[in-house]
Ligand binder design. Structure first.
Ligand SMILES: [Zn+2]
Length: 222
């Protein structure tokens, strides 16, 4: 996977060039916003949910519509645990290679699946929750696509720190250090809820939760 913007920590200048996108949530409180892209995924998602629960942590899951269709029960587990759902398109398309009309249709297809699953949820307090968060797969989104999605009411959620968990050329220790060295209060951090990223993610996530919990941080959903 190639990211459009691939430093571990997004430079301030990039955030200023794209001020309409959300890169972090500045706060005086010690809060970290963990995000998990590409699920729901059998085996991996339930492990992530259990691990988060151990630390009383909430997170945001940017799910792929097609994966929700394949694994609705796992998706329901995410909702039941009180995490936030975001849209990550129907089948992980690349914005720069997709016509805006097709990009919007693909995103709306995922939106319909997400919202119908939320409506089906047995968790009463989640029923009114309609997802308005969007993260572009591969970090690729054109200005026009971003503008049109925001006109539809979406918030475009980028990130502050990439863990690089999907990158098999880095060690699991490097993945962990990417997060512990670069995250600051209000950081939005990218992990992946996928088999591909699992070796690094399953090593780093519990240690990230432990590291920041000890420093007095809490983990919230966006
Ligand atoms: Zn993705």
């Amino acid at each position: 996977m190639r990211y459009a913007l691939a430093p571990v920590k997004i430079p301030v200048i990039v955030k200023k060039i794209f001020p309409n996108y959300i890169w972090d949530i500045p706060s005086i409180d010690n809060v970290i916003y963990l995000t998990f892209d590409d699920g729901p995924t059998p085996e991996i998602t339930n492990w992530v949910l259990e691990t988060l629960k151990t630390y009383n942590a909430k997170a945001t899951f940017f799910c792929i519509g097609n994966n929700i269709e394949k694994h609705p029960n796992i998706f329901q587990n995410i909702i039941a645990e009180g995490h936030t759902i975001g849209n990550h398109t129907y089948n992980h398309i690349k914005g720069w290679k997709t016509k805006t009309k097709d990009y919007l249709e693909n995103t709306i297809e995922a939106e319909e699946i997400i919202n119908s699953q939320i409506q089906n949820s047995k968790t009463v307090n989640q029923k009114s929750l309609i997802s308005t968060l969007f993260r572009p797969p591969h970090g690729q989104i054109t200005l026009e696509q971003g503008k049109r999605l925001m006109a539809l009411g979406y918030k475009i959620i980028m990130w502050d720190v990439l863990s690089f968990d999907w990158d098999k050329s880095i060690s699991k220790e490097t993945c962990l250090n990417n997060v512990t060295n670069k995250a600051t209060p209000g950081s939005i951090i990218v992990f992946h809820d996928s088999v591909k990223a699992s070796k690094n993610m399953q090593y780093a996530l519990p240690k990230v939760l432990e590291f920041f919990s000890k420093k007095g941080y809490t983990f919230k959903a966006i």
